[in-house]
Design a protein. Structure first.
Length: 76
C-alpha cells in the first residue's frame, strides 16, 4: 500500500461563464450549444442540445469503453 494518497486532477482549465450541471450527480460541464456532440456524464446520463431543448437519456456504462446505440437520440 502506498504511504501517501495520490490525488488525480483534470488537466482541463476550469469552466468559465455559463455551465451545464448534471441533475443527478451535479458534475459541471461547458454549456451545450445546438449541434454540439452529446455530453456523457460519469453517472451514466447523456445530454444533448436539440435546437435549444436539452434531451437526456440513460445509457448504463458496464464496459469500460461502451458506446451508445446509434438511436440513443435519433429516431424519436
Amino acid at each position: 500500500m502506498a504511504e501517501q494518497a495520490v490525488t488525480y486532477t483534470s488537466s482541463m482549465k476550469p469552466i468559465k461563464g455559463k455551465k451545464f450541471v448534471c441533475k443527478r450527480c451535479k458534475r459541471e460541464y461547458a454549456r451545450l450549444a445546438p449541434g454540439d456532440p452529446p455530453i456523457r456524464c460519469e453517472c451514466g446520463w447523456w445530454y444533448e442540445n436539440d435546437h435549444g431543448t436539452i434531451k437526456e437519456r440513460y445509457w448504463q456504462r458496464i464496459e469500460t469503453y461502451r458506446e451508445p446505440p446509434a438511436t440513443l437520440f435519433s429516431g424519436e
